[in-house]
Design a protein around this ligand. Structure first.
Ligand code: NAD
Length: 334
């Protein structure tokens, strides 16, 4: 049975997800789109899909069985609450929301409904390299993890639109989520160090070094560089008691020429995580067809938002800032 999906937000990632939902994946059809930029929505709409004036109308439409939210982070709260009110499974790009208060409202609504409808777009959990890394750590022969180094480098970000808060609000959420998942641990506090500013980003605060303190005592150091020019480079290395496990370099043709021996680096997230996004949606489609969700939950979205908030406070205070969650509702226990 084909899952009939409506996509809200038809910008960069919205268009990429529409491509995979229409051209790559099975048992799914994009039947509706909506964007505050109507012209963009019309251009992005696959043949036969209806363009809705508002996200609310799309969510309520009978033809839409499940929703994919790819609008800006600040718009997610209202759209998620509308999906819960309509009882429709929803895949929401990260960040789930942009404030603790918004995250709590979303959790409260889902808990009141009594079943999971929300899956948050933390696609690293579906990436084969990260899954292999987790399997090695979970097998235990390297001993307990002690430190994890997570590197997140972007070639560039859109000029003018990107603020100094975004590496923490928009990017750190990925590293926070993958640290909790990879290490089966929880974040209890955050520190931020601001190194010498890169001249490539103008006034932008870049790079940023974040230290996540985990409940077990493990420390995660996160390098976020958003203007590093050479490409999109994601790394991860876990130091354990008896050894080290790291993400591999991505396989790429080795070029030898007068500049030396080199390999291509992905241009952006679409290229690096192309299979992870496909897998993330494969698993979401199966869960949504059963009326639910799988993988990263609203709880995981909430914890990442809290971590980003604490990191923003740590920039101002210069000190360790605690991450204090509410007690975890039973709905989100594994
Ligand atoms: N998982 C990932 O790796 C990943 C990668 C890139 C972006 N994202 C996330 O996806 C979301 C979109 O990012 P993007 O790069 O595609 O941005 P974008 O600016 O290219 O596209 C966002 C689109 O949403 C539309 N929009 C904004 N507010 C809206 C609203 N209230 N209702 C309807 N449409 C609205 C905009 O007009 C725009 O077309 C963000 O939350 C971003 O953080 C996730």
């Amino acid at each position: 049975m084909t899952l009939r999906v409506g996509v809200i937000g038809t910008g960069m990632i919205g268009q990429d997800h529409i491509r995979r939902l229409t051209k790559v994946l099975q048992d799914v059809e994009v039947v509706a789109v909506s964007d505050i930029d109507q012209a963009r929505a019309s251009q992005a709409a696959p043949a036969g899909a209806e363009v809705f004036d508002t996200p609310q109308a799309l969510i309520r439409a009978d033809m839409v069985e499940a929703v994919v939210i790819c609008s800006w982070g600040a718009a997610h709260e209202e759209q998620l609450l509308d999906c819960i009110a309509a009882g429709k499974p929803v895949f929401c790009e990260k960040p789930m929301v942009t404030s603790e208060a918004a995250a709590l409202k979303v959790i409260e609504a889902e808990v009141a409904l009594g079943r999971r409808l929300i899956q948050v777009g933390f696609m690293r959990r579906f990436d084969a390299d990260y899954r292999n890394l987790k399997a090695v750590i979970d097998e235990g022969y390297l001993g307990a993890p002690l430190m994890y180094r997570s590197v997140h480098r972007n070639a560039s970000v859109p000029e003018g639109l990107y603020t100094s808060e975004m590496p923490l609000n928009d990017t750190l959420v990925h590293d926070a989520d993958i640290s909790r998942w990879l290490l089966s641990d929880e974040i209890v506090g955050v520190e931020v160090r601001i190194p010498k500013r890169s001249s490539r980003g103008g006034e932008l605060r870049d790079p940023t070094l974040v230290l996540l303190r985990m409940a077990s005592g493990v420390i995660v150091d996160v390098e976020i560089s958003v203007n590093i020019d050479y490409g999109y480079d994601i790394r991860g290395e876990v130091s354990c008691e008896n050894g080290v496990a790291a993400l591999p370099n991505r396989p790429a043709t080795v070029i030898s020429d007068r500049h030396g021996i080199r390999q291509r680096i992905p241009v952006d997230w679409r290229e690096r995580f192309i299979e992870a996004y496909d897998q993330e949606f494969r698993e979401w489609i199966a869960a949504a067809r059963d009326g639910g969700a799988t993988g990263p939950s609203a709880w995981d979205g909430y914890v990442s938002t809290l971590t980003a908030d604490a990191a923003l406070r740590a920039v101002t205070s210069g000190h360790y800032e605690a991450v204090n969650t509410i007690s975890k509702p039973a709905l989100y226990e594994a």
